[in-house]
Design a protein around this ligand. Structure first.
Ligand code: GLN
Length: 247
């Protein structure tokens, strides 16, 4: 039987804005299709097996919680996460978790280390927090002529994220601030390098974007096509989130 094996990194600490809801969404959508599901928490000090999980999830966090986890991530989990990403596992970071996928998060004169899975860094700005409903346009099938989809969510971050020259954003901002807030409409949001995905969208990401939860399940398990579900409620929530974001 097909199975999605999820490893939740620091589920008690990196867990704001419905990160649990994201995990529950994956669990439910697998269960409704009789796809197996397992959830393994990995907290401070826990080693992880890169081959034992198909999707690693790192949620949002306050600066002080990020500081706590970042040192542990680098010391006990970095090599395993790099190995997992190399073999094609999905690594999904949301907001604070997204920031920790990069090289570092600069808080004044302090630099919180990141995993270095993608070429980006984040700087905590003295400017206003970037808060509000957000919608981005994404193309996930790597075909430039392929269909575009919209991810809707909510963002709330003080950090501004800057991608390296060779790195691709996850999507294009339709409404909201995105990575740095300075590029306005047409700006970059998130990052995507193969299975490594980071985004500022939460509030919560997956229940608001059921299609994206399914895309992640396919990508992580290798299943080509999933049995359709009755997504009337999810579609209504998506439409409402898009409406809130004004697009
Ligand atoms: N602490 C980070 C910031 O403010 C991330 C916040 C979050 O995860 N919502 O930029």
């Amino acid at each position: 039987m097909a199975e999605l094996r999820v490893c939740a990194l620091y589920p008690d600490v990196m867990n704001i804005y419905a990160d649990r809801g994201n995990l529950l969404m994956l669990e439910r959508r697998c269960a409704w299709r009789a796809i197996g599901f397992s959830l393994t928490p990995a907290g401070l000090g826990d080693e992880i097996d890169p081959d034992a999980h198909d999707l690693f999830y790192l949620g949002g966090g306050q600066d002080r919680d990020q500081r706590l986890c970042a040192l542990d991530l680098v010391e006990t989990k970095r090599d395993s996460l790099h190995a997992a990403a190399r073999r094609g596992a999905v690594v999904l970071g949301v907001c604070g978790g997204y920031q920790l996928l990069g090289h570092h998060y600069a808080l004044g004169s302090e630099e919180i280390p990141g995993l270095g899975l993608v070429d980006l860094h984040t700087v905590r700005s003295d400017g206003p927090r970037l808060i509000g409903d957000v919608a981005i346009e994404v193309r996930l099938d790597d075909d430039p002529a392929g269909p575009r989809r919209v991810l809707a969510g909510f963002e709330n971050h003080g950090g501004r994220t800057h991608l390296g020259a060779g790195e691709r954003p996850l999507g294009r901002v339709l409404k909201g601030h995105g990575n740095s807030g300075s590029s306005g409409a047409e700006g970059a949001e998130g990052v995507r390098r193969d299975g490594v995905i980071g985004t500022y969208l939460h509030g919560p990401l997956l229940p608001k974007n059921a299609w994206f939860a399914d895309w992640l399940i396919c990508r992580a398990t290798g299943i080509d096509e999933l049995e359709p579900l009755d997504d009337a409620l999810e579609d209504a929530a998506h439409a409402e989130a898009r409406r809130a974001a004004g697009c």
